[in-house]
Each structure stands twice: as C-alpha cells, then as structure tokens.
Design a protein around this ligand. Structure first.
Ligand SMILES: Cc1cc2nc3c(=O)[nH]c(=O)nc-3n(C[C@H](O)[C@H](O)[C@H](O)COP(=O)(O)OP(=O)(O)OC[C@H]3O[C@@H](n4cnc5c(N)ncnc54)[C@H](O)[C@@H]3O)c2cc1C
Length: 386
C-alpha cells in the first residue's frame, strides 16, 4: 500500500522480522501494566539496532542517520513503540560530538554492546518547562567533584538507564550572563548517583513511557564527567536537536502508516447496511487525507535527512519534519478511531493505544507552538514572540 522509502530495505526487513516476535498482546500487556518492554529492548540491543549510529571504532555499526530513522519507523510501522529506547540514538550524539576521547572510550563500547544503557536525558524542569535557560538545577565544583542539586521532570526511562545526560547550571545568572550561557552537560552514572542522593519518582501518564521526576540532593559527580567545556552545555544540547526531531518524525511516519493500513483493512472488512463501510466516501476521505499528509510529511523527513547527511544544518527542515509528521500521525489516529467506530475504543484493537501514543508528539520533545515560533522567527523573519 505504501511506496516506502527506498533506503535501507534490508535493515527494514530485518527490523520487521524482529518486531514480528512481539505480538499486539505483548504491547497491550506492557501498556496496561505501564511496564518497561525489557524483552523488546533486549532483542533490539542483541541484534545491534540500538548501536546502529555508534561509530565502528567504538563497537557500533557506524550507520548514517537515515538508518536510525528506518529502524525507528519500522518499529512503529509494526505497531510497536520505540519510546522505551529511542533516546539512546540521539543522546549518544552529545557524547560522540562533544565528549573527550577518554569519555568516548569509557562509555561508547559498553553502550554499543548493550552492557550499559544511555536512555535518560535530564533537561526539562518543573518550573522552567520549555524555557531551558531558566532551569534551576546547579552543579558546583567542589575539589574533584561537581555537587548537583535540583529537580528534573519528565526524565523518561531514568529507572531503566545506567547513564544520564544531564544539563545543569554551573554559572549563576546573577553573574550577569545570558540565560543560555553557564549551563553544562554531564554524564551521570545512575547506580552511583542512586546510592548517593539521587531519587526517582515515576509519573503515570496516558501512554506507557516510563517517565519520571528525578531529584538531586548533593549528588557528587567526578569532574571528569563534564562533557566538553563548562558553560557550553546549551549549545551542545541544541546540536543534538536536529537528529532528535528527525528520528521522532520517522516514528510518527511509522505510526501513521500502521494506523492507515489498519483502518483500510477494517473499512474493507466491516459491513454495515449490507456493504463494506469503506464504500462510503465519508469513511474513505479522512483516510485518503491522512495518507496524503503522511506522504508529504515523509518527504520532509527525507529532505531533513538528506541535508543532515550532507553535513548541512537542517534546523528548519528537522523542525518541519517533526511538526508535519506529528500532525500526520495524530490525524491518522483520529481517522482510525472514527473508522473503527466503537471498536476504536476497545483495547484489543490497539487503535486506542496508538491514539494515546501519537498524541504525545504534539507536546514532546518540543511542542508544536515552539516549532511554529522557530519557523516564524528564523525562517520567515518575524519578530520573536516570547
Ligand atoms: C511523556 C513525556 C516524556 C518526556 N521525556 C523527556 C525527557 O526524557 N527528557 C526531558 O528533558 N524532557 C522530556 N519531556 C519534556 C518535554 O520536552 C516537555 O514537556 C516539552 O518540551 C514541553 O515543556 P512543558 O511540558 O514544560 O510545557 P510548557 O513549557 O509549560 O508549555 C505548556 C504549553 O504552553 C505552550 N507554550 C509555552 N511557551 C510558549 C510560547 N512562547 N509560545 C507559544 N506557546 C508556548 C507550549 O507549546 C505548551 O503547549 C517529556 C515530556 C513528556 C510529556
């Protein structure tokens, strides 16, 4: 039904095979229990897919971003959800681009072979929200260690990760610096930190996402765990945003394809008034529109990937890819519920689960409004609105 991206067909095929081992019952069960899909993440790790973007020199496959996008799209295309592990693909980039040789040697091989997980990304805070520069968590140098105090929110997968990429303030705003200066990135060993002032409180959400609040109470981190230069952290985090947006957009495309295919099959099978409901244009048109929007979004994802892989800055395209793909999956989910009628709300059809899962991407990792603000200001040249 879909003219698929012609790239990485062997990878797509292999990921599809792996995903076929995890039935809808599996995803329903972990969703119901809000459980971490450990077996799925382990299978992906064992097959090397989570190390796809790590350079070969550190034990990964050294594949380009398009391969990561293909892997994540296929997981979602199969009805699964990569939210339990996708962060490793983009948070690893912060370490790779800005970490020292010693840090890369220390962490990347174990992430590549799966013996340690880098899934937690601690940026958002309860009082600062999208305004990252206003975050309040501090890291103060004390001898050979940084002492970390503060709170993060929405730190997904913190309970299931060995390492966290953390953004904290190392120079106070009272020193007269800009909000985006004086922030630093650390790699935090979660086991050590848990024994030494870190606590984690899970947040139950409308979909299964293993997200948490994380509290730092005098957590001591060796100063060698600072990534790059102190004070440059905001820039380092920003440099990973294009990859993050592109990979999440690819997941949204996978969701939209799954939802549209499901709906078309249902519309062809379900008979009401003695004929398939799919014969009605009122049922066809929302699906046709969702398909057209998904395809347009997919083209933008491909364009963002093309620029990324050509070492250009695809800031606008990565944002538009995320915006359009999140809208496409949201629209497809809405159309799918409508097509399924009452069964759209029944757990056993999985459509309601995807409806909940796709909703997230209007808000995270960046909300639709903030993307529109970015485009208004940086592409259209309109005044900054905030
Ligand atoms: C399930 C889940 C998982 C997440 N995982 C992580 C994670 O692993 N790590 C992490 O650091 N963060 C994570 N986040 C946080 C996520 O990135 C933020 O929720 C998101 O960036 C929005 O921030 P906020 O929730 O504080 O909303 P706010 O910043 O409070 O915004 C609330 C609303 O106001 C709008 N708004 C705010 N400012 C403006 C403006 N200037 N113009 C127009 N509209 C505006 C926003 O668009 C939004 O709709 C996660 C969030 C969720 C829900």
């Amino acid at each position: 039904m879909f003219t698929n991206n012609l790239s990485h067909n062997e990878i797509r095929e292999a990921v599809r095979k792996l995903c076929a081992q995890f039935s809808p019952t599996y995803w329903r069960k972990v969703d119901k229990e809000r459980a971490y899909p450990t077996e799925f993440v382990q299978a992906l790790t064992d097959a090397g897919w989570l190390a796809a973007l790590i350079p070969e020199a550190y034990g990964g496959s050294g594949l380009p971003l398009s391969a990561g996008a293909a892997i994540l799209e296929e997981i979602h295309r199969s009805g699964g959800n990569a939210g339990a592990c996708h962060a490793q693909m983009y948070t690893m980039g912060t370490l790779l681009r800005h970490g020292s040789d010693q840090q890369k040697q220390q962490y990347l091989p174990s992430i590549a072979d799966g013996s340690s997980r880098l899934q937690a990304f601690g940026v958002t805070e309860p009082s600062s929200g999208t305004d990252t520069g206003a975050l309040k968590t501090t890291a103060k140098l004390d001898g050979d260690e940084y002492v970390i105090n503060g709170q993060k929110i929405w730190t997904s997968r913190a309970e299931y990760s060995d390492l966290m990429i953390l953004l904290a303030r190392t120079t106070p705003l009272s020193d007269g610096i800009k909000k985006t200066e004086g922030l630093s990135v650390f790699i935090v060993d979660m086991q050590q930190a848990l024994a030494n002032g870190l606590s984690i409180r899970p947040i139950r959400t409308m979909m299964n996402h293993s997200t948490t609040e994380v509290f730092f109470d005098d957590v001591r981190v060796p100063k060698e765990n600072l990534i790059g230069e102190a004070g440059k952290g905001f820039k380092y985090i920003l440099s990973g945003m294009n990859a993050e947006r592109i990979l999440i957009a690819a997941e949204c495309i996978g969701d939209a394809k799954w939802l549209i295919e499901r709906s078309v099959n249902y519309a062809n099978d379900r008979e009401v008034f003695g004929r398939a409901i799919g014969k009605n244009q009122g049922v066809q048109f929302p699906l046709a529109k969702a398909y057209a929007n998904m395809r347009a979004a997919e083209l933008m994802v491909n364009e963002a990937i093309r620029l990324f892989e050509a070492n250009e800055n695809p800031g606008a395209e990565a944002n538009m890819a995320k915006l359009l793909a999140a809208d496409a999956s949201n629209e497809a989910a809405n159309a799918a519920v409508q097509t399924h009628g009452g069964f759209g709300f029944a757990e056993e059809y999985d459509v309601e689960r995807k409806f909940r899962e796709t909703r997230l991407y209007q808000v995270a990792p960046i909300s639709t409004n903030l993307i529109l603000s970015y485009l208004s200001e940086h592409v259209l040249g309109l005044p900054r609105s905030y």
